[in-house]
Design a protein around this ligand. Sequence first.
Ligand code: SAM
Length: 286
Amino acid sequence: MSSLTGTPADADRALKAKHRSMWALGDYPGLADDLLQELGRTLVQASAVAPGERVLDVGAGSGNAAIPAAEAGATVVASDLTPELFEVGRRHAAERGVELQWREADAEALPFADGEFDVVLSSIGVMFAPHHQAAADELVRVARPGGRIGLLSWTPEGFIGQLFATMKPFAPPPPPGAQPAPLWGDEDHVRELLGPRVTDVTTRRKLLTVDHFATPEDFRDYFKARYGPTMAVYRFLSDEPEKTAALDRDLADLARRYDLGTDGTVLEWEYLLLTARRSAEVPAPR
Ligand SMILES: C[S@@+](CC[C@H](N)C(=O)[O-])C[C@H]1O[C@@H](n2cnc3c(N)ncnc32)[C@H](O)[C@@H]1O
């Protein structure tokens, strides 16, 4: 049955299957190793992960936050929609002498009990689940009362938020009800999603410095070859050489606009780092 004629549950399964194949494209684990390692460590530190705590990483990918959390002595479950990414994660964990559990899971329907975790983390992960309220409800549900939630998300105005804005006119329209990922980088939006079920919310906007690319075109070609969301847009345009050339130009221009470098390209990628505590008394769901 196609997603057009099936139930909403069929449509959701089809959408998640599409997202899973998108994140499995290219080489996300290699990209995370090259560019993003600082993010996982920053999130673990900001969330004050301590030895013996039970930690869930949502949208863990190849373990960018989950592995540092295990290195901090926590008992960690790394969960993700795309289990293809776990193979590299398992290898990295073994190299670093830590063990964690890897579990396929949709952030919008986590297969965990209420209050099962002391800390629930997501490093640029949960932001890619299309139904924001459903995903936020799950983050809160699986954190124990008094437990912590730590989220790191690209901001809409920052470089990766603008990468998505640049790709949008070239991409197929999103399915009804799907929300844009970079909204999780908007503090007001996330406060609203978490609502009165959390207290002690702290937020900081921070910058990740990326000096990996020699030129703006080098950035574009790297993302075109390795980053699933960018590769998916190029695949969508495969029969349209003019639009492909326009996207080529726009992605290089984006990097040129943000380039701070004098010797090689230097980019600063803005993200929102948010920590919160699940209220001890949890109001009934809205
Ligand atoms: C940008 S990667 C981040 C991975 C890792 N946390 C990091 O910091 O490198 C986004 C991740 O979110 C995952 N993801 C996307 N939609 C998801 C969903 N609905 N549920 C769980 N994970 C999801 C993807 O499979 C991918 O691994």
